[in-house]
Design a protein around this ligand. Structure first.
Ligand code: CUA
Length: 156
């Protein structure tokens, strides 16, 4: 078989790039122990309702206009269904799923993350203006996926 010089060159470049990608991600995963942030805290997905703080989902004040919003997700609802926070509130959402993989997104904010059963996900957002927000599920989770949402009201 006769391989053209340029073809051979590009074949070598391609293999080197693939090799580098595997080496870099392998180094990060095994030597540096890098993993998705959701793997930091785990939870038994079968016992979410009995495990604090998820046994009492809701808003908790943790500082000066700082809040922690503990939320559970299941097909096809968020718990709680509505949150009210004052303007300027810095809210750390602490989320977990009771069943399948869900995702959260608050349109017009940077809040966008997956919520995987067995893991506790946290994401923080400061609500600067009084407004109404909707949190939607953005990971297909079943027939009711499109109805899965909750409300966040930012009061003056
Ligand atoms: Cu939950 Cu889609």
């Amino acid at each position: 078989m006769k391989v053209h010089k340029l073809e051979e060159l590009w074949l070598i470049i391609g293999v080197v790039i693939i090799g580098l990608a595997i080496a870099i991600t392998g180094y990060q995963a095994f030597a540096k122990e890098m993993a998705p942030p959701s793997h930091i805290e785990t939870i038994d997905p079968m016992k979410v309702s009995e495990t604090p703080p998820f046994n009492k989902p809701g808003l908790k004040k943790i500082g000066d206009n700082e809040y922690e919003a503990v939320m559970t997700l299941e097909a096809f609802k968020f718990e709680p269904q509505k949150l009210e926070v004052p303007k300027g509130a810095k809210v750390t959402f602490k989320l977990t799923s009771k069943d399948v993989v869900h995702g959260i997104n608050i349109p017009n904010t940077n809040v966008n993350t997956m919520v995987v059963p067995g893991h506790i996900q946290t994401i923080t957002q400061t609500f600067k203006k009084s407004d109404r927000f909707i949190m939607i599920c953005n990971e297909y989770c079943g027939t009711g996926h499109d109805t899965m949402s909750m409300q966040i009201v930012v009061k003056e």
